[in-house]
Ligand binder design. Structure first.
Ligand SMILES: *Cc1c(COP(=O)(O)O)cnc(C)c1O
Length: 420
């Protein structure tokens, strides 16, 4: 059990806390659900990209899925071998690809223009091709990325063109990739996508792997639905194995789960600054906002909220809001144990796409991150300071030379304000 009160005392709030053992358990559970000759998991590090989290995955034998060259650099810094990193960018320029090729990561191409460029400028470079299967999948339109209107991947209907380019330029296509979205409830979508991939796979003689991306759904609400990985793994492995048999060679099966690995391992701790009764509801104003956790506002995501300072208090109805000067509602009409000023609230499922989407909006500092492993807590990111906010700003006083510039004499700040 994580002692939230103690961690809040030690590290202050708001605070992100990750349970290493839960991440390890998720990885093992996922890995063991499949029964194939060769399975490789590439943790999609955009979900939570702290280097100490990446090291945890590296030590379990995971690879990485990176969507930017900066994620690639983080992966290399964490100690991943370049060949264990798949670089899957979208709409990036040649320069970034050149950088990725130089460091030796696996290259995943998602448009024809880049395929031609690579074939012409890097003869013999093995690539993976991201296919858009035109299947509608995913929890909402922002995270559905494989449908007909999607900007991702090369259309499955363009395979004849892909083949022509591949043959003309002698491109070794080592992998095929498909990622249809996040929060996919119906695993049949994977099977449908798989059939399309298998049909395409026969065309590429150099193929060594198929990467089925991710999109596995986790439970956000109690009683909420989630992907049954055990069942999926069994059905999917059987189909994959029979395909390999038909093909006459063993391909590596790859997946890129992000959310599944870290969502439930993360907690976000915040303090109640204000309990405000209005004519319509009781607001809990907390010491954070969508600058630190944007999923509820951006995706209408549900994050379970508990009062850990008064867990056995009478249940009441609250609307939990942030301190940003825009409406930033974390949860409306939530039933929570009675809340007093300065109580601590904990948000569940705060591992994936929470810290990694945090910003400095309203010139607030991004929170600290703590990793808990075998009852020990490790600070893995310091809370930002005022210096972090200003360190890249270049102070230019454009009116300084003007004689008419209004001059305001400011008194020096008191010492205690300077420290804030
Ligand atoms: C985001 C992403 C993933 C991870 O998706 P989850 O829903 O977090 O598991 C995997 N692969 C690619 C290419 C992605 O863009």
């Amino acid at each position: 059990m994580i002692n939230f009160e103690q961690l809040a005392q030690k590290y202050d709030s708001p605070l992100y806390i990750y349970d290493a053992e839960k991440i390890i358990a998720n990885y093992k559970y996922f890995y063991n659900a499949f029964d194939v000759k060769d399975l490789k998991i590439h943790y999609a590090c955009k979900a939570l990209s702290n280097v100490s989290i990446l090291k945890l995955f590296k030590n379990m034998g995971s690879g990485l899925d990176c969507v930017s060259i900066q994620e690639v650099r983080l992966g290399l810094k964490a100690g991943f071998k370049a060949e264990d990193i798949i670089y899957t960018p979208n709409n990036v320029g040649e320069e970034e690809f050149e950088h990725a090729i130089k460091v030796g990561v696996k290259i995943n191409v998602d448009n024809i223009q880049m395929l031609e460029y690579l074939g012409i400028n890097h003869p013999g470079l093995p690539v993976c091709i991201r296919i858009n299967p035109h299947l509608m999948a995913g929890g909402n339109s922002k995270i559905s990325v494989g449908h007909i209107d999607s900007k991702f991947g090369i259309s499955i209907h363009q395979l004849p063109l892909v083949n022509r380019i591949v043959k003309r330029l002698n491109i070794p296509v080592e992998g095929l990739h498909v990622h249809s979205g996040s929060d996919i409830l119906d695993p049949d979508i994977f099977i449908k996508a798989a059939e399309l991939m298998f049909a395409a796979a026969r065309e590429f003689k150099d193929l060594t792997y198929i990467d089925f991306g991710s999109g596995f759904k986790v439970q956000y609400k109690e009683g909420g639905l989630c992907t049954d990985i055990q069942k999926f793994g069994k059905v999917f492995s059987e189909r994959f194995n029979s395909f390999c048999e038909e093909l006459g060679k063993d391909l590596t099966l790859r997946f890129e789960p992000g959310k599944y690995m870290v969502s439930e391992a993360g907690y976000f701790l915040a303090k109640v600054n204000v309990v405000k009764q209005t004519t319509a509801c009781t607001f809990l104003g907390i010491d954070t906002g969508f600058n630190h956790l944007i999923r509820p506002m951006f995706y209408d995501a549900y994050h379970h909220i508990e009062n850990i300072s008064n867990p056995s208090g009478d249940k009441k109805i609250y609307t939990v809001v942030g301190y940003i000067c825009e409406t930033d509602t974390f949860g409306a009409d939530r039933i929570i144990s009675e809340v007093r000023k300065h109580d601590l609230l904990v948000f569940r499922n705060a591992g994936a796409y929470c810290f990694s989407m945090a910003s400095n909006y309203n010139s607030r500092y991004r929170p600290a991150e703590v990793l808990v492993y075998q009852r020990q807590d490790y600070l893995i990111r310091q809370r930002e300071t005022f210096e972090d906010l200003v360190k890249n700003q270049v102070e230019v006083d454009v009116m300084a030379q003007e004689e008419s510039a209004p001059v305001l004499e400011l008194k020096p700040l008191p010492e205690e304000v300077k420290k804030m």
